[in-house]
Design a protein around this ligand. Structure first.
Ligand code: PEP
Ligand code: MN
Length: 341
């Protein structure tokens, strides 16, 4: 349920409603907008309905949240969330460039790439230490050694780190370096992992599963939000269709449609969708033009030598020019490029 307070409701009245909701074991999520405070009551609907909250001082109306995802819903927030962490703003009017290699390979590769991302004004540095690979015989990532190299890149460049967590047992070491925990497409419906990330309170980027609907993606976000972690970003990274001419089909319609359904920022990953370097530039421009809140893109100093996802990696020395073009498209769509702190 959603409790809409009157514009003139006092803090004491808001707190009284929160206490009343929590007295029946439901959770209250107040969000203070420019005009009014709206309190989401998440829990047993019957219990909340019996509280007769309409009669409470300061309450304007009580309406049901119609979607199965509640905290992620546009209905609850009624304005875009601008997330603020690691000295960056994500969502709202901001456009966020996240770049780096698919996977951490060597110290030289990681540091060279990180310097390039920093010099081009990138907001975050990405790189996987734990890699979800289709084949169990393929390189699985450097693990803890990879995390150590990411920490070094962060210390040198000041760039916050986006890195994937595949297994909740690795949460602790990942928390030591990750400013944003990436949930990979293949783990989007790993509910215990999502809940664990929710409890960790670390910002997270959830990638859409290969065959996931937008509603399923939003339900994944709900698992994190439910634990009180508000810093959730969604990522469209291509879905599986009947088309075999490219790796996945980038569903750019998901961007405006998600914006109707949720207040959370939407990031687009053109690299994994395309699987081909030549498509990454045009797809990034299209994503920016359609209103994406940011891009996560793979770059590599020597893509031909990359251990993982080389064919889709942009050449690192071409990143600055690429970023400038994409950010121009984002500006045309009304975005401000997130300047590093
Ligand atoms: C990645 O970002 O390197 C990755 C493996 O992405 P996805 O989970 O979208 O395939
Ligand atoms: Mn990759």
């Amino acid at each position: 349920m959603m409790i809409i307070m009157k514009a003139e409701a006092t803090e004491a009245e808001i707190q009284a409603v929160v206490d009343r909701i929590e007295s029946v074991g439901a959770k209250a999520h107040p969000s203070r907008g420019a005009e009014v405070c709206v309190i989401g009551a998440i829990g047993d609907r019957e219990h909340v309905a019996r509280l007769d909250l309409e009669a409470h001082a300061g309450v304007d109306s009580v309406v049901p949240i119609l979607k199965p995802y509640k905290l992620a819903s546009w209905q609850l927030a009624h304005e875009r969330s601008t997330l603020q962490f690691a000295g960056r703003k994500v969502g709202g009017d901001h456009f966020t460039m996240i770049a780096g290699p698919c996977t951490v390979e060597t110290r030289d590769q990681v540091l060279t790439t990180a310097r390039i991302v920093r010099d081009a004004g990138g907001a975050f540095y990405r790189g996987g230490a734990y890699k979800p690979r289709t084949s169990p015989y393929a390189f699985q990532g450097l693990g803890q050694e990879g995390l150590r190299l990411l920490a070094e890149a962060k210390a040198e460049t000041g760039l916050p780190i986006v890195t994937e967590l595949m297994d909740a047992r690795d949460l602790e070491p990942v928390l030591e370096v990750a400013d944003v925990i990436q949930v990979g497409a293949r783990n989007m419906q790993n509910y215990p992992l999502l809940a664990e990330i929710g409890r960790s309170n670390r910002p997270t980027l959830i990638k859409r599963g290969l065959t996931a609907t937008l509603e399923e993606l939003l339900m994944a976000a709900e698992y994190v939000l439910k634990e009180g972690n508000e810093n959730v970003m969604l990522c469209e990274r291509g879905i599986r269709t009947f088309e075999t001419a490219y790796r996945f089909t980038l569903d750019l319609m998901a961007v405006p449609v998600l914006k109707e359904l949720t207040h959370l920022p939407i990031i687009v990953d053109p690299s994994h969708a395309a699987g081909r370097r030549d498509l990454v530039g045009p797809l990034s421009l299209a994503a920016a033009a359609v209103g994406a809140d940011g891009i996560i893109v793979e770059i590599h100093p020597e893509p031909d030598e990359a251990i993982c996802d080389g064919p889709q990696a942009l050449r690192a020395d071409e990143f600055a020019a690429y970023a400038e073009r994409v950010e121009q498209a984002a500006a045309l769509a009304g975005k401000v490029v997130s300047a590093p702190a």
